[in-house]
Structures are given as C-alpha cells and as structure tokens.
Design a protein around this ligand. Structure first.
Ligand code: C2E
Ligand code: CA
Ligand code: CA
Ligand code: CA
Length: 275
C-alpha cells in the first residue's frame, strides 16, 4: 500500500506541473486577447411584459479564441478577476457596449455587467464617463448590473461610486437577486432602479408553489420600493404566463432570444417593432 502511495504521488506531481503550465498559458493568452481585441459582445433582448415590447439589451462578453473558438464568460471572467485583468476587460466592455448602443433607436437601453473587482481596485466612474463621452450615449440609456457581492465589504468607496453613477443618470440593477444572503439590507442601503430575479427561481416556477410565492414577494417588494422587477431565464410559455399574471415588469430569456452577435441586433429590433 505504501509503495502504491508513493507511486501515486510520483505520478501526481508532474500532473500538477502540467496544470500550472496550462494555467500560465491561459493567462498569457488572456492578456494577448485584450491587446488583440479578441473579445466580442453578444446581446440578449430585455422585454417589457405588458404590452410586450423590446426595451433594451444585456451585453454579454465572449472570447473569440484563435484556436479554442468561442469561450463563454464563466470560463475566463474568474481568471481575469484573479490576475487583475478584469478592470481592462470591463472598461473595454463598457466602451464597446456604449458605442454599439449609441447606434440603436433612442428608446433601447443597454445593460452592462460590472465585476465587484472593478469597484475594489478600478475606477468604474471614470470608465463609465469615458465610455459615455466617447460614444455620445446619454447616461439614462445605460444600466449597470451588479451583484450583492459588490456591496459585501460595505466599502465607502464602492457606495460613493454607485451614488455618483446614479447621480449622473445611470441606472443600477441588482443582478441574480435571491442568490446571495443579505439581499434585503442591501436593497435598503442603496437605491437600485431594478431587481433581476435570478433564473433559478424562474426555472422552478411551473413546478412548485414555493417559487411562485418567492417571485410574488420580490415583485411586491420591488413595487413597494419603486424598483422595476425583471425575471431572468424565462424559457417556457408557462413561466411567461405566471410572470405576467404576477405583474412582473420585464422579461429576459431563451424563450425570446439567446444572446446574439451585434450583427443580429438590427434584425431583433425590427422583429419586435412588428410586434
Ligand atoms: P448573468 O449576468 O446572470 O447573465 C445571464 C446569463 O444567463 C448569460 O450567460 C445568459 O446567456 C444566460 N441566459 C439568458 N437567458 C437564459 C435562459 O433562458 N436560460 C438559461 N439557462 N440561461 C440564460 P453568459 O452569457 O454565459 O454569462 C454568464 C455570466 O458571466 C453572467 O451572468 C455574468 O455574471 C458574467 N458576465 C457576462 N458578461 C460579462 C461582462 O461583460 N462583465 C462581467 N464582469 N461579467 C460578465
Ligand atoms: Ca447580468
Ligand atoms: Ca443574472
Ligand atoms: Ca448569473
């Protein structure tokens, strides 16, 4: 057994080296991706529920890797955060999303995700100001999506950045609502304009009454606090029916459209204009 243990160890060690090497290579490639602009944004429609109408798009970043093909954000955002690249990627996303949105009809908003790290060691107010100035997009058409983890450290600079952005006219949305743990106290501490109900609750809607109760409560909470409530991850007609019945303000999900490359945005706008 002892020999086997040693054997396993000796076998395992070079394996760990390979892991480290792979990671270093991935890091180097991610740095190059930024310089060579290998990132692209895909856009997913945000719809008003009643009457159903297109009101905006959420920008979702992808990495067009020269060999691996299209890499999803879940596979590189965590690493980008770890190695300090998210500030630069985040600034690029803001500039690109605002530049694209400036070409769309003026009633169409653009929602951009911000990483907590952009608040901790970046300057999100400056990034937003630069993106708006370069594109000419009015601040009122930009929505920033943040998760509760942004507010976790209850840091004064983070709060003041959010207040400054809000004062500029930028809208602030709380993303993935219900998945963290102190949601309610954060809602009180900061004037969010919108709550996005996490898709895990929407997913369970047709199966269990508990989820309906939660969704109903969040919609009531939003109304009481003067916030819009959007349901994420709407995939079925049954989920849509329940969400409309409960008075949800906005909808997003594969039922309407998957995120699409920027070339397809004009077609999506035209499709919804025809009703
Ligand atoms: P998120 O902000 O919650 O974005 C919504 C995710 O749900 C997207 O995945 C979207 O494609 C997916 N989705 C939309 N509708 C449906 C549906 O009906 N069913 C299901 N199952 N999924 C749906 P995606 O594009 O892979 O993005 C994953 C996460 O990566 C995002 O979650 C966000 O946290 C992060 N992310 C994406 N783009 C950026 C970015 O530019 N900056 C930062 N910091 N994070 C980003
Ligand atoms: Ca989001
Ligand atoms: Ca979300
Ligand atoms: Ca999410």
């Amino acid at each position: 057994a002892k020999a086997e243990g040693r054997g396993t160890w000796r076998f395992f060690e070079p394996g760990m080296d390979a892991e480290i090497l792979k990671r270093r290579q991935f890091e180097a490639e991610l740095r190059r991706a930024l310089i060579e602009e290998q990132f692209e944004l895909h856009y997913q429609p945000l719809l008003a529920a009643e009457p159903q109408a297109l009101v905006g798009f959420e920008a979702l970043v992808r990495w067009r890797h020269p060999r691996r093909g299209l890499v999803q954000p879940g596979e590189f955002i965590p690493l980008a955060e770890e190695i300090g690249l998210i500030k630069s990627i985040g600034a690029w996303v803001l500039r690109k999303a605002c530049a694209d949105a400036a070409k769309w009809p003026s009633h169409i908003k653009i929602a951009v995700n911000l990483s907590p790290l952009q608040f901790m060691d970046g300057d999100p107010v400056r990034d937003v100001e630069l993106a708006l100035a370069a594109s000419g997009l009015p601040a009122e058409r930009l929505e920033l999506e943040i998760t509760e983890s942004v507010l976790l450290q209850d840091n004064e600079t983070t709060l003041s950045s959010l207040h400054r952005l809000h004062a500029m006219g930028v809208r602030i949305s709380m993303d993935d609502f219900g998945t963290g743990y102190s949601s309610l106290s954060y809602l009180r501490r900061f004037p969010f304009d919108k709550i996005k109900i996490d898709r895990s609750f929407v997913h369970a809607l047709a199966q269990d009454t508990g989820s309906i109760a939660i969704v109903r409560a969040v919609i009531g909470l939003g109304k009481a606090l003067g916030m819009d409530v959007l349901a994420e991850g709407v995939e079925t007609a049954e989920q849509l029916r329940i969400l409309k019945l409960e008075g949800c303000d906005e909808l997003q999900g594969y039922l309407f459209s998957r995120p699409q490359p920027v070339q397809d945005v004009a077609e999506m706008i035209a499709r919804y204009a025809q009703g």
